[in-house]
Write a protein that binds this ligand. Structure first.
Ligand code: F3S
Length: 398
């Protein structure tokens, strides 16, 4: 692999043992993928934060790394296992929370921003078109590549962290412009009105394309929240890291402009497929005892919608809306937090229904509007899920 003089010096330890170790691992990784060089990055996003998913081995890794080197650019952390401020009120154990806080402190000690969110692009980590970044949470990777048009591979938590420490990543995969082109075309004849429907589309298509790049032709243009949901679903049932939507996403025109993009080989999707996919994502038809929204972490407009739906109501079951502390603060400023709390709901920050130890709480059925959450909750939390629209879920618990 071709290294610049600065990279070679880093590799040889001129900038400290920690950076040298990180370079060594990244160069080895690059060789596996035949990367010809390293490419400088402008930001990183690091998954592998929840104590539920990384355990004591992960905690040791972070603490150990903290002794070696700091990150050198904007690096945000994925959701953790608890709401840092309100863990007790939500019922999480002190023992789990203590370990979780140690992990977060370990990341903070090397300069990682403890934002604990999978939607860093909603709180200021918004790269420009064609910038190279190293992000690791799969839905965030899908969003940054597809909607923003920046370039990231689907990094593991450790490789994103190493990239943040040395400020570069191996040049392969989505960093190479040609690899971002579309592979399969999906003509979708369906008028989407809810995120649950668009999530059902993503869940279905993800299973077909696996790690290929889908290209969608839709009846109408989806908004940012829809695109966030679509990418999360594609990345959870498949391993999609970039998709294109005609007339919507920034690289759509470029993506179809190549000889293997065959306009005649189109997969048609109709309302029957969407309905089947929607129905298939529930594991029970019982009433949820917790409705949990915000996967990926909710935007301020999604919280505004929930506030409108619950205003003046007294909910009979629990409601969580998962998001970052930053979006929660805006919700408070706009009055949405008060409305939701008055109805008996909670805005839960720093964590989510998948990476929190929800299975230790007293719930049996979770209602979600996210195909990704519906896909993971039964396995990761051993709970049943009801998959439906926000409107219907709120109705079920009102
Ligand atoms: Fe984010 Fe948790 Fe969903 S990390 S994408 S809210 S599973």
């Amino acid at each position: 692999m071709q290294l610049t003089k600065y990279e070679e010096d880093m590799y040889n330890g001129e900038y400290g043992e920690g950076k040298a170790e990180c370079m060594e691992i990244l160069v080895s990784l690059g060789k596996i993928y035949n990367a010809e060089k390293m490419v400088p990055i402008t930001s990183a996003q690091v998954s592998g934060v929840s104590y539920k998913t990384i355990g004591d081995a992960g905690l040791d890794f972070v603490v150990d790394l903290g002794k070696k080197a700091d990150v050198e650019l904007e690096t945000m952390l994925n959701p953790a296992g608890v709401d840092i401020e309100n863990w007790k009120e939500l019922g999480f154990s002190e023992e789990f929370t203590k370990k979780q806080i140690d992990i977060i402190k370990g990341y903070e000690s090397i300069g990682v921003m403890s934002t604990c969110t999978c939607t860093p692009y909603l709180i200021g980590n918004t790269p420009l078109l064609h910038e190279h970044v190293a992000w690791s949470e799969s839905s965030a990777v899908c969003y940054v590549n597809s909607v923003i048009g920046a370039k990231s591979n689907r990094e593991g938590g450790p490789s994103a962290l190493l990239a943040a420490i040395v400020g570069r990543t191996p040049y392969y995969g989505n960093h190479i412009t040609d690899n971002r082109k579309a592979d399969m075309i999906f003509d979708v004849d369906y008028d989407f009105t809810t995120e649950a429907e668009i999530g059902a589309l993503g869940y279905y298509v993800g299973q077909i394309v696996n790690d290929k790049n889908p290209y969608f032709r839709l009846n109408s243009n989806p908004g940012r929240n829809n695109l966030k949901t679509l990418g999360a679903a594609l990345a959870s049932s498949g391993a999609v890291s970039i998709y294109h939507v005609e007339n919507v996403t920034p690289e759509a025109e470029f993506a179809k402009n190549h000889e293997t993009f065959n306009e005649t080989e189109v997969i048609n999707i109709d309302s029957e497929i969407i309905k089947e996919s929607l129905d298939g994502l529930s594991t029970t038809d019982k009433i949820p005892d917790l409705v949990c929204l915000g996967c990926p972490h909710a935007s301020i407009s999604e919280i505004q919608t929930v506030a409108t739906l619950v205003k003046g109501k007294k909910l009979k079951k629990d409601l969580w809306i998962c998001t970052s502390q930053a979006i929660k603060a805006i919700s408070k400023q706009c009055g949405y937090l008060d409305i939701i709390e008055a109805a008996g709901g909670k805005i839960v920050s720093d964590t989510c229904m998948v990476v929190a130890p929800v299975e230790e709480l007293d719930y049996e059925v979770i209602g979600v509007n996210s195909a990704k959450a519906a896909n993971y909750v039964p396995n990761m939390c051993k709970l049943d899920v009801v998959y439906d629209t926000v409107e219907n879920l709120i109705k079920l618990i009102s």
